[in-house]
Design a protein around this ligand. Sequence first.
Ligand SMILES: [Zn+2]
Ligand SMILES: [Zn+2]
Length: 356
Amino acid sequence: MTARDPVADLRRIAFLLERANEATYRVRAFRSAANTLSGMPPTEVAERARAGKLTELTGVGDVTARCVVESLAGEEPVYLRRLVATEGTDLDAAATALRTALRGDCHTHSDWSDGGSPIEEMALAAVELGHEYLVLTDHSPRLKVARGLTADRLRKQLDHVAAVNEALPKGFRILTGIEVDILADGSLDQDEELLARLDVVVGSVHSGLNDDRAKMTRRMLAAIANPHLDILGHCTGRMVASRPAGVKGPGDRAHRPRTRAESDFDADAVFAACAEHGVAVEINSRPERQDPPKRLIRRALEAGCRFAINTDAHAPGQLDWQRFGCERAALCGVPADRVVNTWKADRLVRWATTRR
Ligand SMILES: [Zn+2]
Ligand SMILES: [Zn+2]
């Protein structure tokens, strides 16, 4: 294939990002990479791309370097392809359509762990929102700060959920689940026998978020290969300070924003494994998480992954935050048929349990 012009591709990406009103720093990343490369002889750019030395240049990072390599190989850069794919679509309408397609939420907490409300109240709020199901995913034992459930308490919770379900309106049901910690060696923090009984298992990294790249990648790959894992929760662990207008919570004056950088891992390896093992990548809607960042959502989409657009609600009102995740998914061109919580409860549970 004949090489494309990498500088033109970078500038086109910057233009499309700007027009989509994306963060200035991201636009700047593409423009400064374009400027650096435009001042160099094309043969040197090609040489550096071959040697993997583009990122040694000022203004060229991993994402922009990857675009350059793809351009030089004669391919339209993935990043550009995704932007072009969503170009001209009415994002507001796309986000609304996605939100309307969602039938439930696969990541929620009750006062059995660190949530603020009883299971019944979470369920009633979900009914009000028009959901057909709510997957209850309280924390696992090692997350002591969040009162993670021991095997015994989880067993009690399962009995309790069965009783609550009896009293809920027909056509709605609480599905059983867990947000299980992905431990340092990639194993899951709950008894196998219990994980096998649950309808849906979300697994997340909550500790050792600064593990080095190789260690974090190994850890995540081990968890993804575990047949009990169905959904990979907030995969980068990042915390951002910004939140949509009108949304209160951690990050307002009373609670100083806690920002946290993304964990470092080989995203291509992780998403390829998710696609291979049929693990869905969560799009976490919490305003202070917005995890994964859009560039990674685009990469997961390219890798063929399924997604779950979840709220990670710790209170009933937060169940309405799914809209934020839908907006981010729409910006990345995620189609509804890739999102597991657009499925009916029976199909979701069948998918989750037959994978084991
Ligand atoms: Zn979590
Ligand atoms: Zn959670």
